[in-house]
Ligand binder design. Structure first.
Ligand code: ADP
Length: 193
């Protein structure tokens, strides 16, 4: 059985987390942020250390560890009754984050829509990330050089995922609009999916 899901896609700072939290509050939608799963690891655990090492450089955590952690997380959600896979839609935020991850998850995910939060304004993305650094105490958000590296990683490794899923599934949403307008654009397509 595959997990029905929609993907929130876009550059760091594009608003995936904001929209994911709102969508996840709708009954039968469950928000799952891969970055949050990593941040909830104990910093002194082996994978916690690996996460800090890679995210601190603006790079992706290697695929085997990422996929294993994610699968474990989803299995726990199911076991504890927070996810009912036959009824619920996962709102995935931050995974799959490269084409290899998308390939590994091909047999696991039933992707019914990809919401590409597209921002034309890199400087406003950077400003949003820097504001978030203060609120959420995120080391990888604080340093401009790391932010630029994350944006590069996104362009080089994550963006090709859009092609993997193809035009039929991808809905481009203007991420420079207000959060309410972004939400309404997502919902217009999501309820049809
Ligand atoms: P952002 O969307 O702002 O880049 P996230 O919270 O989604 O932030 O991710 C923070 C960091 O966690 C990433 O820079 C990366 O190092 C790691 N990470 C999150 N998701 C993945 C993933 N699917 N694969 C590899 N690394 C990931």
């Amino acid at each position: 059985m595959k997990y029905r899901c929609i993907l929130l896609f876009g550059a760091p700072g594009a608003g995936k987390g904001t929209q994911g939290k709102i969508l996840g509050s709708i009954p039968q939608f469950l928000h799952c942020s891969c970055g949050d799963v990593f941040r909830n690891l104990r910093a002194e655990s082996p994978l916690g250390k690996t996460f800090l090492e890679y995210s601190g450089r603006g790079e992706l955590v290697p695929d085997p560890q990422t996929i294993e952690l994610w699968q474990q997380f989803i299995a726990d959600l199911t076991k504890t009754g927070r996810l009912h896979p036959e009824r619920d839609t996962l709102v995935l935020d931050g995974i799959p984050r490269n084409v290899h991850q998308a390939e590994i998850l091909r047999d696991v995910l039933d992707v019914v829509g990809v919401f590409y939060l597209c921002s034309k304004d890199t400087e406003s993305l950077i400003a949003r990330i820097q504001r978030r650094a203060m609120k959420e105490n995120r080391l990888d958000d604080a340093n401009l050089e790391i932010i630029r590296q994350r944006l590069k990683t996104y362009e080089n490794e994550t963006k090709p995922v859009l092609k993997f899923y193809g035009k039929k599934l991808v809905h481009e949403i203007d991420a420079d609009q207000s959060p309410a307008k972004v939400l309404s654009d997502i919902l217009r397509h999501a309820v049809k999916s």
